[in-house]
Design a protein around this ligand. Structure first.
Ligand SMILES: Nc1ncnc2c1ncn2[C@@H]1O[C@H](COP(=O)(O)OP(=O)(O)OP(=O)(O)O)[C@@H](O)[C@H]1O
Length: 862
């Protein structure tokens, strides 16, 4: 149904009220949104492809379910003018669910409030609450009103001031002016300059209400794509067939996304064996992932008799090269000596004494060493040996450090027998180069080489392949320069772009028909990628004439974005989509967390490969949660111990503190300021921390967090710490905001803490227990999605700083466009994974800050 009751008010779902969806969703979670007829708690279902509605519980039959408009008699009981009603509803909901408005809500509320008469305002319930009207100054957002109110009601008058202060900072962050004097009106603050005394004044000064967020819009491609004119009855398009049947000499297959590379590779291998009589042992097929190699083998197994497919030399570069090394030099390449992780390399450097050797290195942070190791790895992939790298002109400090460390790292490995992945590539190349007899054996045995995803090859891989393929050079490379997304690992699209220079006799075949995606999806991808300069110009045709679904949606923030995606997935599953055909592809892991939490809450199984450390285990998150735990239990010594560094208390003081607590038989938090050791200002601060935490226990969790960030000075501490560590990413700030966003969904601190504990435990399960293939939604990074396809694809956070990523924007500011081109290719890969529908999320706020639309949106569509 399209309406519901929230306390005494009838709320209606129609385009001009959609901006309240996130608030109403939260009220619904607390069972405050009910059916006016049967009083059942209603769920808000607001996905992407359909308009929102309120739903009864599945087992509740009600004759109003599905009703579009409230019956007249119901409306008659709610006669307030629309504007006043909207204001009142928003104010009430904000207080009822203790959910501060987003900035967008606040702006709308402020302008709605200002456009109604002051008198009308005075009549609304929210106006006149003494504590809210305390005349707090300089708060820029309506959030502050709600906060000030709940803090005051928790009888922490002193804190109201500081919450207001912290909100002012947050408001200023989001671009609102914190300088303007304001007055309280209900839960809202209106700039004092805007008189609310007379209607005519109001009319003169009222700003236009901001554009309401877009619920959903069809995104049409800038460039129209033609459809394949002639449908071919056969399994292969004539160009695909030509690629399959061209078996002698070098061959470059330039293939657009979804144009059938995997199909061609399988058909070509099968053709070589079945038609030309080659043994599978003569064919080497290199794929980018082990999974892709397996897929080709499985497809071949269906076509070839008796286990022949298993004899094919196939796999990733690393796996094939490693097998060769093990065969010829097994003692040198013992797998137990493989440095798989960066921290192992760092430890090796540290323990070998390399870091202490040359004085130029000086004391270095772990992050600097790891950055230098990444540069070393890139150099090795480019086959730049230590001496050559040492002669390069270093671009920055990180490269200078890498130049110093490179020979030391190589020396340390040599001495101890350890090796890394890059050594395997170099090892194989040098083995073939220095042992002509071994090379000749391979050259005679392997007569045909095929390489998939050639756009992501690096120099050392390419040089090795050239050795193996010689002298016949039956080398078939397949790739799409537009899908080159591993620049940071030393891959370079220049190799695919320069293949015909290296092999002038090479034949080039272009596959231009996209068989995978519906036409508007193909069009969006093609329009976008056309903005890259460093690429082969290709035409693009769509096999399918149906348009498909391409949506932009604009949720208030990342939480609402996650809720919308999950509602849409639930709807798709209910209408028959297999669950494994839905995929959420993200640029960075921060985008995944709210989505995983919402999927978990909705009980929808998902596949997720954790690539980074757990959000819930990060130091900043642990500190914040420990503060909250201490607020609930001042005797929680583990939590106090955890936050000691943030209070500038050394571990030595810990014993004194514990003894004192036992002596005085008092909670440890209460003993804290009493120790004799403290200087005046420190004692004062510790005293205030105790008081603030006592107040936090009674606050809604979002307000409690604000108090901890500001009044316990956790934000100051984190800022200082990150400056000292020269941490340019400042990820702590995003972490604080993510916690705040999650806290806003909870009513009580205890409930929020329980939820976070549950998520932390579930996250461990997410890592270990994956649903069976096809039985879960896929949540994966765009990098990992390469080569895959799904019916419905969701792309969250298409905003500046996320995609394109901040580091690419930084590079652009320094005049380097290459990173931006790689970001564009990443988005191209993401778009072209979708068969039927593509939904792009643009949250208006993220991490509590206003966002800007990704520049890529206007490049691809309108
Ligand atoms: N000739 C064809 N007729 C019908 N369907 C085809 C044909 N060629 C390929 N397809 C289908 O198109 C889809 C994309 O094919 P495939 O995965 O081989 O493309 P790809 O070029 O490897 O894609 P990408 O590089 O984007 O990962 C698959 O579902 C495949 O079955």
């Amino acid at each position: 149904m399209k309406f519901a009751q929230l306390d005494d008010t009838i709320i209606r779902l129609q385009p001009d009220t959609y901006q309240h969806l996130s608030v109403w969703r939260m009220a619904a979670r607390r069972e405050k949104v009910r059916c006016p007829l049967c009083d059942a708690p209603l769920r808000l279902s607001a996905g992407i492809s359909f308009d929102p509605s309120f739903l009864h519980p599945e087992d509740q039959l009600c004759e109003w379910e599905g009703l579009e408009a409230p019956p007249a008699e119901l409306l008659a009981a709610h006669t307030e003018p629309h504007i006043r009603q909207a204001f009142s509803v928003m104010a009430e909901v904000a207080v009822a669910v203790e959910k501060p408005f987003t900035t967008a809500d606040a702006e709308i509320a402020a302008s709605v409030a200002a456009s109604a008469s002051a008198e009308a305002m005075a009549n609304t319930k929210a106006v006149g609450s003494a504590e809210a009207g305390a005349g707090a100054k300089t708060v820029a957002s309506a959030e502050a009103g709600a906060n000030a109110k709940s803090v005051a009601s928790a009888e922490t008058g002193a804190n109201a001031k500081s919450v207001a202060r912290s909100e002012a900072t947050a408001g200023a962050d989001r671009g609102a002016s914190a300088e303007t004097e304001e007055v309280m009106l209900g839960s809202f603050r209106i700039p004092k300059k805007r008189s609310i005394q007379s209607e005519s004044d109001v009319n003169r000064t009222v700003p236009e209400p901001p554009k309401p967020p877009l619920y959903r819009k069809r995104l049409m491609p800038k460039k129209t794509i033609e459809h394949l004119a002639v449908r071919h009855e056969e399994q292969l398009h004539p160009h695909q067939k030509e690629a399959v049947q061209t078996t002698e000499g070098p061959l470059l297959i330039l293939a657009g996304a979804g144009s059938g590379k995997t199909r061609v590779m399988t058909a070509r291998t099968s053709h070589l064996i079945r038609e030309l009589g080659l043994s599978p042992r003569q064919i080497m097929v290199v794929t980018f992932t082990t999974k892709a190699a397996e897929e080709i083998k499985q497809r071949l197994a269906r076509q070839l008799p008796g286990g022949q497919a298993r004899e094919l030399v196939s796999g990733t570069f690393h796996s094939i090269f490693y097998r060769m090394l093990m065969f010829h030099q097994s003692d040198r390449w013992d797998q137990r000596k493989l440095l798989k992780k960066d921290w192992q390399k760092w430890r090796l450097l540290r323990e070998s004494g390399a870091l202490a050797a040359p004085p130029e290195i000086g004391p270095r942070k772990e992050s600097e060493i790891l950055e230098a190791l990444a540069i070393i790895s890139r150099w090795k992939n480019e086959y730049l040996l230590p001496e050559q790298a040492g002669h390069r002109v270093a671009n920055d400090d990180a490269e200078r450090l890498a130049q110093l460390l490179y020979p030391l790292y190589e020396e340390a490995k040599k001495r101890t027998g350890w090796f890394d992945f890059d050594d395997m590539l170099i090892g194989c190349y040098e083995l073939l180069l220095t042992h002509p007899e071994i090379l000749q054996r391979y050259q005679e045995r392997i007569t045909h080489v095929m390489i998939d995803e050639f756009q992501d090859i690096n120099r050392i891989q390419y040089e090795t392949v050239k050795l193996l393929a010689a002298p016949q050079n039956n080398l078939c490379v397949i790739g799409d320069d537009d899908q080159s997304i591993y620049g940071f690992r030393g891959s370079d699209p220049q190799y695919i772009l320069g293949f015909t220079r290296d092999f002038p006799q090479a034949k080039t075949i272009t596959l231009e028909v996209n068989y995978r995606s519906r036409s508007s999806i193909v069009g969006l991808g093609f329009s976008l990628i056309g903005h890259n300069r460093a690429r082969w110009q290709k035409d693009c045709l769509s096999f399918h004439s149906e348009e498909g679904e391409t949506y932009l949606f604009e949720p208030g923030d990342e939480e609402e974005q996650a809720a919308r995606i999950v509602d849409e997935i639930r709807h798709r599953i209910e209408t028959g989509t297999p669950i494994g055909e839905c995929a959420i592809l993200y640029r960075t892991h921060e985008s995944a967390r709210p989505i995983l939490e919402h999927l978990s809450e909705a009980g929808i199984p998902f596949h997720y490969t954790q690539e980074e450390d757990s959000f819930y285990q990060r130091q900043t998150v642990r500190w914040v949660l420990s503060y909250l735990r201490l607020a609930l239990n001042p005797d929680d010594s583990d939590s106090l111990k955890e936050i000691l560094p943030t209070l500038y208390i050394s571990q030595e003081m810990w014993n004194a503190l514990r003894s004192q607590a036992i002596l005085e038989d008092m909670p440890i938090l209460h003993v804290l300021p009493k120790l004799e050791h403290w200087k005046g200002f420190q004692r004062k601060h510790l005293q205030s921390v105790g008081e603030v935490l006592a107040a936090c226990a009674a606050c809604p969790p979002a307000q409690a967090l604000e108090l901890i960030y500001e009044d316990c000075r956790l934000r100051d501490y984190l800022k200082k710490r990150s400056k000292e560590r020269d941490d340019r990413r400042e990820s702590w700030s995003d972490e604080l905001q993510q916690l705040l966003a999650t806290a806003k969904r909870h009513e009580h601190v205890a409930g929020f803490l329980q939820y976070m504990d549950r998520m932390a435990n579930q996250e461990k399960e997410w890592r270990q227990q994956q649903p069976l293939p096809g039985e879960g939604v896929h949540v994966l990074s765009i990098h990992r999605a390469k080569g895959l396809e799904f019916d419905h694809v969701f792309l969250p956070d298409l905003i500046e700083g996320s995609l394109p990523h901040e580091y690419a924007l930084d590079a652009v500011r320094k005049g380097n466009q290459a990173a931006l081109e790689e970001e564009r290719r990443l988005l191209y890969v993401a778009i072209t994974r979708a068969r039927y529908s593509l939904s792009i999320g643009i949250p208006r706020e993220r991490f509590g800050r206003k966002t800007r639309l990704s520049r890529f949106i206007s490049e691809m569509g309108r």
